[in-house]
Design a protein around this ligand. Structure first.
Ligand code: PLP
Length: 410
């Protein structure tokens, strides 16, 4: 089955209690049992059942299974946000005294999280790129995982996942990939060698810009070394599932960052149209990037443009797609603001992956807390404008951007 057919009719699309086509929303905090013995059995994992919605909820499980199927994983856990997914995933595999390697130029919120982790005693070593030689130089005996974005937001640097996975695996550490900007429609990092994939579902998976959420998918093919990965102590018997089990029954459950039942439902119906939306977004982004490149005074950053430094890698790893983010440098902050303010269609908003086109000036918003070095690594300059391309009719978008650029004040 191809992408959309499998999505709508795959094995995780069936089996709801009253033959509902969509998973019912179990809007409940707890579950009622007829006897104390029954509830005890549920707590002891001797009986299938739900006890409390922070720990498990049928509608949330339905969305977990759907994303797991889309990514080709062995198990998924939904979280309250993309940040919660990154935090829970890292904390399930690394603890105080450990080191992790993270890409420079990640999404601004993730950079903030890495600073917090350093305060908690996890040393973060920053990788300028994910080339094998670079990673081999940075990995040492305390390294516990490598974390990066497959298409970095907004720099659009692409991670060569097979190459990074090879470097990680040769050193006995797993590769964690934030695939938010890629989506399983474009590429599936687990099939390219990554071990754990995370998403902010707030973006393309939800697609309607109506709920904050996240998800962690474990491929369960990484052979954990329990003498090295002491964060997994006590979970040795689960072997390749040790990360998933620790995540679900310990870190995620105790941090409390669960996904709300209504969010899971909105995400479920959002993903119904993931393939259709992505097809349109990818084609719109490509056409808009080419139209912007033809305008005077703009330097456009988009992966399908032949002079992009990651163009060849995108051709190979992303099936020639460029993703839904286009950015450009306007020449000055004043001109960037003027272009944004002159646009009639896009919303000035701090999000990506919406069906509506969104624009933002990242340096004065998302990267306010980041150092100049971190901003430059993320491809954020004082004149950078980020566009999250939507599904509008492309001629309207091109006309709007063209007239905004032409009328912008220097
Ligand atoms: N990862 C990436 C690549 C993002 O773009 C974002 C948000 O923009 C996040 C993670 C954080 O997700 P959330 O806002 O759902 O916490």
């Amino acid at each position: 089955m191809q992408f959309n057919t499998k999505l709508l009719h795959g094995k995780t699309s069936k089996g709801y209690p009253n033959r509902e086509i969509l998973p019912p929303i179990a809007q409940t905090s707890a579950y009622r049992y007829d006897s104390m013995e029954e509830l005890e059995e549920v707590f002891l994992h001797k009986r299938m059942g739900y006890a409390y919605s922070r720990i498990g909820n049928p509608g949330v499980n339905a969305f977990e299974q759907r994303v797991n199927e889309l990514e080709g994983g062995a198990g998924a856990v939904c979280t309250a946000s993309g940040m919660s997914a990154a935090a829970s995933a890292i904390l399930a595999a690394a603890k105080s005294g450990d080191e992790i390697i993270a890409g420079m130029g990640l999404y601004g919120g993730t950079i903030g999280l890495l600073h917090d982790l350093e305060n908690l005693g996890i040393r973060v070593v920053y990788a300028p790129d994910f080339k094998k030689e670079t990673l081999k130089r940075l990995i040492n005996e305390r390294t516990r995982l490598i974390f990066g974005e497959m298409i970095a937001n907004p720099s659009l640097k692409v991670m060569d996942v097979p190459e990074a996975a090879e470097a990680a695996h040769e050193a006995g550490v797993p590769l964690f990939v934030d695939s938010t900007t890629v989506t399983p429609y474009v590429a599936r990092p687990l099939s390219l060698g990554a071990d754990v994939v995370i998403h902010s579902t707030s973006k393309y998976l939800n697609g309607g810009g109506n709920a904050i959420g996240g998800v962690i998918v474990d491929g369960a093919h990484f052979p954990w070394n329990f003498e090295k990965h002491t964060a997994l102590a006590g979970f040795e018997k689960y072997r390749k599932m040790a990360f998933s089990v620790r995540l679900r029954t310990d870190i995620w459950e105790n941090l409390g960052g669960c996904m709300a039942p209504m969010t899971a439902f909105l995400n479920y119906i959002g993903t119904d149209t993931l393939g259709l939306r992505m097809e349109r977004i990818l084609s719109n982004a490509d056409r808009l990037a080419r139209a912007l490149s033809a305008l005077p005074g703009l330097s456009v950053n988009y992966l399908t443009l032949p002079d992009h430094p990651c163009h060849a890698l995108a051709e190979k790893e992303l099936n020639g797609y460029g993703g839904g983010i286009v950015s450009f440098r306007a020449g000055s902050r004043k001109r960037a603001f003027s272009i944004i303010n002159s646009l009639k269609l896009p919303c000035i908003a701090s999000n990506i992956g919406d069906v509506r086109t969104l624009v933002i000036h990242p340096a004065s918003t998302l990267y306010l807390q980041a150092s100049m070095e971190e901003q430059e690594a993320a491809g954020v300059f004082t004149d950078t404008v980020r566009i999250s391309v939507g599904i509008e009719d492309i001629d309207d978008l091109i006309e709007d951007f063209t007239s905004a650029v032409k009328s912008a004040k220097e």
